[in-house]
Structure formats: C-alpha cells, structure tokens
Design a protein around this ligand. Structure first.
Ligand code: FAD
Ligand code: NAI
Length: 468
C-alpha cells in the first residue's frame, strides 16, 4: 500500500506536531509500512510533554520531594538525621538532562523507524499539501497533532520573571518568597507543591468553591485538606481581577467570585495556570475549510477523522482530557486507522493522575456522575488501614470504588495514596475487562503493598473490608 501511494504523494502520512500524540502516531504509521514524516517547529522533538510539561515537572517534583523529606521531618521520622542544603542550579541541571535524554530518544526512534523530521512550522495549502518552513510537501493523509498552549488570563501579562506560566515556573532561578498560584488545577497544585517544598510560601487562588474540578467530590475535599496541612493557603471561590507588577513584586487584586469587596495580595511570583487551549492558529485551517468548534478544538469522529477527507486529528487539539497518555493512545489508533486497521481508544477509561505527595488518581466516573446515571454502591478504604502506608508514615488518603448497584460492575476508582498513579493502572485494566467489585476483591494482591487498599475498597463495596 505504501509504495503504491508514495508515487503520487511525497508521504503516505504527514503528522503535524511531535508531542506524545504526534510522535507516537508517526512511529506507529512507519511501523505499519507507511512512508511517514513529522513536522515540528520546536528545536527538539517530544512536544509539550517532554520539553516543558510532564517530564520536567516530574523531574522537579521528584527532586523536591527528597528535599522536603529531608527538611520537613520525614527523614527524621525514619531515624535519619540530615540538614539539607538546596542546590537549585543542580536541581535544574538534572531536569534539563532528563528532558535532553528523552527528547533525544525520540530523535533516535524516528531514525530507527525511518520517520522523516521536517523542521519548521507547518500550514495547510490544501488538504494534501502542507508547507513546513521553506518546503512544501504532499501527503495522502495529514494528522493534526499540534497540541495546546497556556490559556492567558485577560489583562495579565506573562513576563516569565514575576508573572510566569508553567514553562516559566519550571525555570525559576531562585525560590520565591511568596508564590501566588492562579488556578487550583493540576499544574497549580503540582508546581505550587514543588516551590512550597523548596521553601516558598504558596497561596492558591481558585475561582471555584473547590480545587481539582473534574475529580471525585470526596477526593477534591480530602486533597484540599492535605495540601492545607502541608502549608498551601487556599483562597477558594475567589477571582483574580488584576495583577500589577512593579519591579520584582506583583500586587494581585482578588474578589469573591460571587461579587463583593476586593482585596490585594502581594507576591514575588505569580503562576498563571487556569487551563490550556488548542493550538490551531496559523495552521491554515481556513484553506481546507475546517473550522474549530466553540472551544477552539478540532472535532473528529470515533476514528479521529476530521470533516475534511484525508485530514485527521488527535491529542490536546481535539476534545477530551488534555493528557499525554490519551494523546499517545490516539496516536496509535489514528495510525492504525490510516493503515486500514481498527484503532480504538476507550475514552471512558482514561486515568488522571496528579503527581503530588501523596499522588491523586482516578479513572472512570466520579461518584457524582455515576449517581446521575443510576444507583451505585460505594466502598472506601483509608490508607491509614493499609500496613505498608502506615509503616512508611504515609497515613493520608483513601481508595474509593464506585460500582453499579445492580450489576456490581466497577464504574470508577479514585485514590489518594503516595503511589496512587501506579496503583490506578490495575483499576483501569480491571475496568477495561468489565470487572465487578467482587472480581477485584477476590484477586490476590501482594502484601505488603499500597495496592491492597484497592482490594479492601472493593471488599468495602460489599461491606466487608478486613483492616478497618
Ligand atoms: P503537544 O505535546 O502539545 O505537542 C504538540 C507539538 O506540536 C508541539 O511540540 C508544537 O511545537 C508542535 N506544533 C504546534 N503547531 C505546529 C505547527 N503548525 N507546525 C509544526 N509544529 C507545530 N499530561 C500527562 O498525561 N501527565 C502529566 O504528568 C502531565 N504534566 C504536564 C505538566 C505541564 C506543566 C503541562 C503544561 C502539561 C502536562 N501534561 C501532562 C499535559 C501533556 O503535556 C499534554 O496533554 C500532551 O503533551 C499533549 O500531547 P499532544 O501531542 O497533543 O501535543
Ligand atoms: P486545569 O484545567 O487543570 O485547572 C485550571 C484551574 O483554574 C481550574 O480549577 C479552574 O477552575 C481555575 N480557574 C480558571 N480560571 C480562573 C481564574 N480566572 N481565576 C482563578 N482560577 C481560575 O488547568 P491547568 O492546571 O492549567 O492544566 C492544564 C492542563 O494540563 C490540564 O488539562 C491537565 O490535564 C494538563 N496537565 C496534566 C497533568 C497531569 O496529568 N499530572 C499535570 C499538568 C497539566
């Protein structure tokens, strides 16, 4: 198939964007025998995730977790006396090394799989002709995987010095005295945690009445309690109406979201993290008659086809959670669909993880959403009852399983636990196989592991956990 098409077009598949959606799509397409190119305007491959997102944030979270453990008493609890000294340059250095290693790794994988990297910004001339930098190429199929960028806050200028977005917050040259995080979502909590651990006072201003929208209600409340205990101050139901910068200080004007008297907060660093928006500017979508929806996203069908023949889209630029693993799975599926196979992504079972301490994870429906669909049974098990968590001095959190009251089928699993991000994989897999809570309760889990809390929560659905 590839050879037959290659005569007519320069490529069978051109992927625009090399984030986790785009690079995975390109590699999978090449593995399936399609002549593939990937256009990327950044200096390095890997998109937001590898360059300024998942990977560098986890590098800072991991390193700052050790510092926090040494500084704030966890090491002492374990009988280890240490007086830590922060070497922020070295911490940033190991972050940059991690990014360099992994982005270089994608370049290696492109070479290995014979994917051509077309360097430069891409825009459509027509549905099968795309200009990338100085050159114009043709492709039988074009996959838009251009990702997303930070949503700006009207009236607030990000200068990457005093007012930063997530990219600036990864690079701060010194620990701020007072960081104000605008938005109590995933980025605000992860990067707020990094700088709190390294010594900053952190205040989080959230427009809604609770942090982490989209997560289960119990989880949101408990997470808020845990972060408060760690020292983050929250101003919920509060909106930022202005940020004035003078020299190296900022003054934020905040108001109750419901209206009322304004007040001010002083800070030496402001992180704007109120969400991300799809990247479609400058792509020339008008040249192919493709209009984004009201939220700026490109709509596709279940197979990731857009309304324009030969043009497909995946990742952050299409509807759904803006997550790297969702983009990756869509990358594999779109390549398989282009090759005439049956690529499928089950959007009902995409785990979400916040990589704080403890981690916060969930998959499937929240209790609130499940109850809207019908009667449910809920089992909850506290980490305090889990022998491994207790031994490790990690008492915070719980696992919660929501099952259909009639069929017992698991509808959602939520966890706050130090390794919740790893634990949630078994829940996703069980749900993918249509497991009931009984199936999980009667699956042997190794002891002593945090994952036993999942088994116990499943037993709690039937009212019979052992260790509480
Ligand atoms: P992107 O990764 O955004 O990649 C798109 C690429 O396309 C970019 O490199 C861009 O330069 C390129 N591009 C855009 N337009 C053009 C054009 N016209 N021509 C050529 N190239 C173009 N998700 C998780 O699942 N786990 C995490 O822990 C996590 N942490 C995050 C932390 C931060 C601070 C941020 C900002 C995001 C995080 N995310 C995380 C989200 C994750 O990064 C995104 O969901 C993911 O990168 C989306 O992948 P994508 O392939 O759709 O797009
Ligand atoms: P988010 O959507 O997670 O959170 C934004 C928060 O800002 C929300 O709580 C919202 O109510 C609040 N908000 C919006 N406008 C506001 C205003 N004017 N004032 C105060 N609060 C306001 O967005 P975030 O944290 O910027 O992350 C963007 C995306 O990146 C997310 O979709 C997330 O999926 C992805 N991401 C994923 C990570 C992970 O998987 N661990 C880590 C970091 C980012």
């Amino acid at each position: 198939m590839a050879d037959e098409v290659a005569g007519e077009f320069d490529y069978d598949v051109l992927v625009i964007g090399s984030g986790p959606g785009g690079y995975v799509a390109a590699i999978r397409a090449a593995q399936l025998g399609l002549k593939t190119a990937c256009a990327e305007s950044r200096e390095t491959l890997g998109g937001t995730c590898l360059n300024v997102g998942c990977i560098p944030s986890k590098a800072m979270l991991h390193a700052s977790e050790y510092f926090d453990a040494a500084k704030n008493g966890m090491m002492a609890k374990l009988g280890i006396k240490v007086t830590p000294e922060l070497d922020l340059d070295a911490m940033h250095g190991q972050r940059r090394e991690a990014v360099k290693g992994l982005t270089g790794g994608i370049e290696y994988l492109f070479k290995k799989n014979k994917v051509t990297w077309l360097k430069g910004r891409a825009h459509f001339e027509d549905a099968r002709k795309v200009t990338v930098g100085e050159q114009t190429v043709t492709a039988k199929n074009v996959v838009i995987a251009t990702g997303s960028s930070v949503t700006p806050l009207p009236g607030v200028t990000v200068d990457q010095k005093v007012v930063v977005d997530s990219t600036g917050a990864l690079e701060l040259p010194k620990v701020p005295e007072h960081m104000v995080v605008i938005g109590g979502g995933v980025i605000g909590l992860e990067l707020g945690s990094v700088w709190r651990r390294l010594g900053a006072k952190v205040t989080c201003v959230e427009f809604l009445d609770q942090i982490l929208p989209g997560f289960d209600g119990d989880v949101r409340k408990e997470a808020n309690k845990i972060f408060k205990k760690q020292g983050i101050e929250f101003k919920l139901s509060t909106t930022v109406t202005g940020v004035a910068v003078e020299g190296d200080k900022a003054v934020l004007t905040v108001e109750p979201a419901a209206g009322g008297e304004a007040s001010t907060i002083e800070a030496d660093c402001v992180l704007v993290s109120i969400g991300r928006r799809p990247n479609t500017d400058g792509l020339g979508l008008e040249a192919i008659g493709l209009a984004p929806n009201k939220r700026g996203q490109i709509e596709t069908d279940h197979d990731f086809r857009t309304s324009v023949d030969g043009v497909w889209a995946i990742g952050d630029v299409i509807p759904g959670p803006m997550l790297a693993h969702k983009a990756e799975d869509e990358g594999i599926a779109v390549a398989e669909n282009i090759a005439g196979q049956h690529g499928i992504v089950n959007h009902a079972i995409i785990p979400s993880v916040v990589y704080t301490w403890p981690e916060i994870a969930g998959v499937g429906l929240t209790e609130e959403a499940a109850k809207e669909k019908g009667e449910v049974k809920v089992g909850k098990f506290p980490m305090l009852g889990n022998s491994r968590a207790k031994t490790n001095h990690e008492p915070d959190g719980f696992v919660k399983i929501i099952a259909d009251a009639k069929t017992d089928r698991v509808l959602g699993v939520w966890a706050i636990a130090v390794p919740a991000g790893t634990m949630i994989a078994q829940a996703a897999q069980a749900m993918e196989f249509g497991a009931t809570s009984e199936d999980i309760a009667y699956t042997c889990h190794a002891h002593p592991t945090h994952s036993e809390a999942i088994k116990e929560a499943a037993m709690a659905v039937r009212g019979k956990p052992i260790h509480v």
